[in-house]
Design a protein around this ligand. Structure first.
Ligand code: AMP
Length: 355
């Protein structure tokens, strides 16, 4: 089904991903209706309509669904009930199944492993006793990650010594978790692809990503050889996942490049921070192709627009450097309009294109 320009796209979640989706949608002549719990979220400022509501409010999400032609989400932590209330009223992309899997680190790992992907060794943790057993099996150093509701390094803690078990269990707020073996990697990278309603897939050059304190700092394209050598196998896995899920929209998979090949870390059924560089660095951005996909339109080319593209996140006070950044003619500055600056908060990003 084609959702023609002029129609209204519903976006659940109001952060910068929603903001950039709404801007891409506007370029193609669509209107966006943003649904989010915050008072003045970044996406609402560039959308034609905003509804303030909780992600738990089934009735409000059902009403939201009635007023839009197609719906998508930029935020993953929406419970199954409210999501069903929305999906019963309007086509929702990416498909529910992808979200259900990605919301739980355990089901995500099991799903990917069943399709031939390699993951870090892990064990399920449901309480202090099973954490002790998991530490015995997996060893240290390892990372305890809550199965649900984690992002940007939240809901996870490193364990370097078995004696830290109690502290670690408190750090994940005693939530069902997994203990993951610490991976020695040469680099981190992501696969970003977009699949249309007819099953066509386009993919971007895999960016090499640098994280600090669990937060993405930079993405660079083309990646170094250590990533390029592992990208083909990672891409094949990503395609299999997308086809298996009959996926529609942008899908992101994060990998570690290791001596034994790509190792799957996690997936996000949405546009992703490591793809922000595609706005200027690719003929069609992740945001535009996501909109095209969910509206049943043909996808755009993902060719690079410059030999080298580098995206740097402006985190916390770094966004204050906007004037200096604008002094660099190769820099494309994006600010998300967030009023409150907090340490670790993503305030904007800058993408540089060079020869
Ligand atoms: P995640 O929330 O799982 O994406 O983790 C955020 C970041 O923490 C990753 O991008 C890595 O830099 C680091 N990290 C997560 N899991 C592991 C692991 N098992 N071994 C080593 N580093 C990890």
């Amino acid at each position: 089904m084609i959702i023609a320009p002029g129609s209204t796209i519903g976006i659940v979640g109001g952060g910068q991903l929603g903001r950039m989706l709404a801007m891409a949608a506007a370029q193609l002549g669509y209107k966006c209706h943003v649904y989010a719990p915050d008072e003045a979220p970044p996406a609402a400022e560039v959308a034609s309509r905003f509804t303030r509501g909780s992600f738990e409010d089934e009735d409000a999400l059902a009403r939201f669904g009635v007023g839009v032609d197609v719906a998508t989400y930029e935020f993953e932590n929406i419970a199954a009930g409210p999501l069903s209330a929305l999906a019963e009223r309007v086509p929702l992309y990416p498909p529910r199944k992808a979200l259900d899997i990605a919301q739980d680190r355990l089901s995500e790992k099991e799903f990917v492993a069943a399709l031939g992907g390699r993951t870090a060794p892990y064990a399920v943790v449901n309480g202090p006793e099973s954490l002790r057993e998991a530490i015995e099996t997996i060893g240290t150093p390892s990372i305890l990650k809550s199965r649900r509701f984690g992002y940007d390094g939240k809901g996870q803690t490193r364990i370097t010594d078995p004696a830290e078990a109690e502290q670690a269990w408190a750090a994940v707020r005693e939530a069902p978790s997994i203990l993951e073996g610490f991976v020695t990697f040469e680099a981190e990278f992501s696969i970003l692809l977009c699949r249309s309603t007819s099953g066509e897939i386009v993919a971007w050059d895999p960016p090499e990503n640098v994280h600090r304190d669990g937060i993405l700092r930079s993405s660079t394209v083309p990646a170094e050889r250590r990533v390029r050598e592992r990208a083909e196998a990672a891409m094949a896995l990503a395609r299999t996942i997308a086809d298996t899920l009959d996926y529609v929209g942008v899908l992101t998979l994060e990998f570690f490049a290791t001596s034994e090949g790509p190792l799957f870390n996690e997936m996000a059924p949405r546009v992703h921070n490591s793809g922000h560089w595609t706005i200027e660095g690719s003929l069609t951005s992740q945001f535009e192709n996501h909109i095209r996909a969910i509206c049943g339109l043909p996808l755009g080319a993902t060719t690079l627009t410059a030999p080298n593209v580098a995206m740097e996140n402006l985190i916390g006070e770094k966004a204050g450097q906007w004037e200096a950044i604008l002094g660099d003619q190769t820099a494309h500055l994006h600010l998300y309009g967030k009023k409150e600056e907090r340490p670790g908060r993503k305030m904007g990003h800058v993408t540089r294109l060079f020869g």
